[in-house]
Each structure stands twice: as structure tokens, then as C-alpha cells.
Ligand binder design. Structure first.
Ligand SMILES: [Zn+2]
Length: 384
């Protein structure tokens, strides 16, 4: 007879709810019930079509918060999935489904860590909280930020924040994140003058003008890494020009690019780098900047050391401290002054078809989360 852990059972229950961003599809109701049973004060903070949940047990500080999201990215081409993406099929210890690794598995591990912790300890010093949103994979406007605003309004603060994003690369716990780069998007229009290809002197070809610009943008480099951060990078993601006919010089060229930048560089510097290049090439241009994410970096080392210690105790390995990858809601929590660390399952299948996670990893992850709770709230550690 096969054994199914409480963590796997809960992960399956969550995966079976097709909560494509910003839908929650009832996941947070399941979590609220479980946390309510454990004595948490549960609040639903719903904004428009976004569901958010804040649950706290205890009034004292430090306040340790587990952060996660119940929304998932779309499934992609469903026919490429070995098992239906919301079936939560488990085969040979591997659980398949959209959200298995990003990040319903982590949420299940968080909740079962709480269950075991509270059954072992009647009292603890500080508070334990969970902040769950259904708007992380989307525009992330009405999610975590709205809950933080609510907390701020009543001067409720967060000391230590553990985000369950899938940070592991080859084996569980080999990597934790202590920060993320910022993201800056740019939409640039190089303007020219439309005309007949046979009469170029009567037109102005923006494609020809953009050639130098693109070459120089691709060569741009910033040596601003350090503090565990890679250097700032710039990638051009889209180029568009032409009216479709072979005998027409187009009037405009559209270019999209994205910066992933380190905290050592200011957004204003990057904007100036690009715009002064455009001016130096004498381009007629229009530009639209969208600052989509601030970088964050947890420079205080107490909580990072504690998480490293918890991982080594449970998994017997020392995680690498990393800041690469995309953005996460950790940036919003870090903005409140909290120490933010991210630790979750393997990220090799996230956002892909056949997303999956090992059920044994979810059980171990739950133990690491419990260990972190114990070290912060009971103080059975040598840290600090
Ligand atoms: Zn995620």
C-alpha cells in the first residue's frame, strides 16, 4: 500500500483547482480552514478579481511570515502534457501538475509545517503568519502589496519573511535567494519617413538608422555586480518595422528591451545611458519606460544564516546564496524593512508543460520550514 503524506495530499488538492492568474479557484478557502483550526486569525483581503489571505497566530514579535501564491501560469499546449495539468497525477513519487513546483507544493509544505509545529509547541515567542496571494504571476498590483498596505496602516510589521518560490537548481536546498535584480522595460520608437524604395532620397529609413543603435545597445555592459549580484544586463526582446510590402520604406521601427539591473545602479542612469545613445546617433525617437520591479537585497545576515543553518540540519547540505532569476513578491516585503529569503523546490520544470515535483522533496521542504519556525520562534539554535 502506498503512503501519501499530508503535504502531498494538500498539494494535490490545491493543484486540482485551476487557479490561472489572478484566479484563486478556492485554494485560499482550503488554507483558511486549516489555519483557522490551528488557531490563526485569518483575514481575506480580496481586491477585484484577486484573492489574498493573511493569517497570523500570536501578537508578539518577531513576526515570521511565510509568503506564497496560489495563482499559476497558463498550461500552454495541453496536448503536450503527459497527464492533464490539473489532475495532480502522482507517478513513482513524482507529482505532476501546473503549480506543483510554482508554488502550490511549497504552500502545502508551509501549512503542514505549521500543523506539526503547533502540535509540538503550545506556546512560542513571537508570531507566525502566512501571506498568500493569487496575483503573483500576473501584474502583481492587487496582491501582496495590498496586504502589506493594510498591515502598514495598522502598524503590523514583518521581521523575517520566507518566500516559497522554487529556488533549488539540481537538488532540494542547493540554492536560496537573498535578493533579486530589478526589472526595467523600454519601448522605443525610431521615427523615419515612409516612402518608395526606388526614391530613398525622398524618405528616411528607420531600419537603417536603427542598425547602429541595436549594435551599440547589444554591446553595452555594466560592471556593477558584487554583493552576490550578477552585472546588469540588457536584452532586446522585440523588433518590428515594415508595412509588409517589399517596395515601401517604413516610417517607424519599434523596439522593446528589458534591463535586469543590480541594486548598485540607479534606474535614472540606465535611462540616461539609452537616451544619450539615441541622441548621439541623432535619432528622432519616442520612448516609454516602465519600471516593473525594484531590486531587493537582504544585507542583514541573521535570517539568511538561520535559513542556511536550517537547510544544513535537515538536508545536510549548504545552500548557495543567489540573486539571479526573475522577480518575486519578495521585493514588496523587503520594501517594508523585513529580512527576506526565498527557499523552495526545484525550478527546472516551472512554467513549462509537465511541471512536476518529487513528493519526497515536498516532505523534506516541509521539515526545513518547520525547522526555520523552531529556530525563530522557539530559539533552539546557535544563531545570533
Ligand atoms: Zn512562483
Amino acid at each position: 500500500m502506498s503512503y501519501e503524506s499530508t503535504t502531498t495530499a494538500l498539494a494535490k488538492e490545491l493543484i486540482q483547482r485551476p487557479s490561472i492568474t489572478p484566479e484563486d479557484a478556492g485554494c485560499q478557502i482550503i488554507l483558511a480552514k486549516l489555519l483557522d483550526t490551528l488557531g490563526y486569525r485569518v483575514e481575506h483581503v480580496d481586491v477585484g478579481s484577486v484573492s489574498n489571505l493573511w493569517a497570523r497566530k500570536g501578537d508578539e514579535y518577531p513576526n515570521l511570515v511565510f509568503v506564497g501564491h496560489t495563482d499559476v501560469v497558463p498550461v500552454g499546449n495541453e496536448s503536450e502534457w503527459i497527464y492533464p495539468p490539473f489532475s495532480a497525477t502522482e507517478i513513482d513519487g513524482v507529482l505532476y501538475g501546473r503549480g506543483a513546483a510554482d508554488m502550490k507544493g511549497s504552500i502545502a509544505a508551509m501549512v503542514t509545517a505549521c500543523q506539526r509545529f503547533h502540535s509540538r509547541y503550545e506556546s512560542f515567542s513571537g508570531s507566525m503568519s502566512l501571506l498568500i496571494t493569487s496575483d503573483e504571476e500576473g501584474i502583481a498590483v492587487d496582491g501582496t502589496r495590498r496586504v502589506l498596505e493594510k498591515l502598514e496602516a495598522r502598524t503590523e510589521t514583518i521581521d523575517y519573511c520566507l518566500v516559497g518560490e522554487p529556488t533549488s537548481v539540481s537538488v532540494l536546498g542547493d540554492t536560496i535567494k537573498i535578493g533579486r535584480r530589478g526589472s526595467l522595460c523600454c519601448e522605443l520608437v525610431v521615427k523615419g519617413k515612409q516612402g518608395h524604395v526606388a526614391y530613398p532620397h525622398l524618405a528616411d529609413n528607420p531600419i537603417h538608422r536603427a542598425g547602429k543603435l541595436i549594435a551599440e545597445l547589444a554591446e553595452m555592459s555594466w560592471h556593477d555586480g558584487g554583493l552576490n549580484f550578477p552585472d546588469t544586463t540588457l536584452q532586446i526582446s522585440n523588433i518590428n518595422a515594415g508595412v509588409g510590402a517589399g517596395n515601401v520604406i517604413p516610417g517607424r521601427l519599434n523596439l522593446s528591451m528589458n534591463f535586469r539591473y543590480s541594486p548598485a545602479t540607479e534606474v535614472a542612469t540606465l535611462i540616461n545611458d539609452v537616451e544619450s545613445l539615441c541622441r548621439s546617433l541623432d535619432l528622432d525617437y519616442e520612448v516609454n519606460w516602465n519600471h516593473s520591479a525594484d531590486p531587493y537585497y537582504t544585507s542583514e545576515t541573521h535570517f539568511a544564516n538561520l535559513v542556511v543553518d536550517a537547510v544544513s540540519r535537515v538536508l545536510n547540505r549548504k545552500p548557495k546564496l543567489s540573486t539571479d532569476g526573475g522577480t518575486s513578491d519578495g521585493r514588496f516585503v523587503a520594501g517594508t524593512g523585513a529580512q527576506v529569503i526565498e527557499l523552495g523546490p526545484l525550478n527546472s520544470t516551472i512554467h513549462k508543460v509537465n511541471e512536476c515535483v518529487k513528493t519526497s522533496d515536498l516532505d523534506l521542504l516541509s521539515q526545513v520550514y518547520e525547522q526555520i519556525m523552531e529556530m525563530v520562534l522557539i530559539g533552539k539554535s546557535t544563531w545570533d
